[in-house]
Design a protein around this ligand. Sequence first.
Ligand code: SF4
Length: 301
Amino acid sequence: MLTVGAGALAVGTGTVLANENNPGKKTEKIKVLTTDGKVIEVEKPAGNCKINPCSPAKGAAARHGIPGRSFVMVIDLARCKNARKCIEGCQKGHNLLPEQEWMKVYLRKDHPDAEPYWFPKNCFHCDNPPCVKVCPVGATFKRSDNPVLVDVNRCIGCKFCISACPYSARILNWTDREVYADHDPDYSPETSVPGQHGTVGKCDFCPDRAREGKLPYCASSCPMGAIYFGDKNEDAVTNGEETLRFKQLIKERIGYRYLEELGTEPNVYYLPPVNRMFPYERGLNNLSAERKEVILKTITR
Ligand code: SF4
């Protein structure tokens, strides 16, 4: 469990213990990683509403980041086997159609003689986001805790942001599906639900879940623990099973950001696919015959 707002990053599962001063009252305890690397047990903060405001934030409140936070994701390419559970978890959590993939998994190859590897790619929540700069109505915005979000109640569907994103992270919501609302005053850019026909959608880094002390849907759905999420200010990331020092992980595993030279300053880092846990062929089994053929023909370099 990832706990935000407690001054430390929680690891493992919280345990419910009896409160010594009031035996009838249960107090939930969580394990947290201190800044000097020790795991200690503390009382869980009482209610997520202490992380101002309550989850999910709406309206103007959703435009402000959670104070003191700097969310970051690290994807370990050595662990990815194209299980596609991250995509499923994201689609379920955000009420997306099967063809709407905010997390995509590509098969990449860095050299003609090199083995291919699976490469999950979502929005990178850039610190210098070209998409935000071109939005004429302020529908997409950057928060102080790093997520780049979309307010579909403001979006006019001009698609400038889709063209500006060098990573093809955005998609147009183009369906008459009933779950889409025309204008929902209860909509929160933190959940991105419900979407609206003719507006733009993309990965939102699940800030509503961060407020609740949970990992993003993709990270919590990955059976391989390939996706770590955490806070740069606390220098800690977790995949739900282990919690690691962010800086040390990037340093020791030679972490990198995709197309660093563009100057977009992504908040998603990759660990190179060295000593991979599975041969890439295994990931082909999770694709339809048609999709497999396309993927093998179009391996990106
Ligand atoms: Fe914007 Fe694309 Fe960067 Fe996401 S990856 S913040 S959509 S430029």
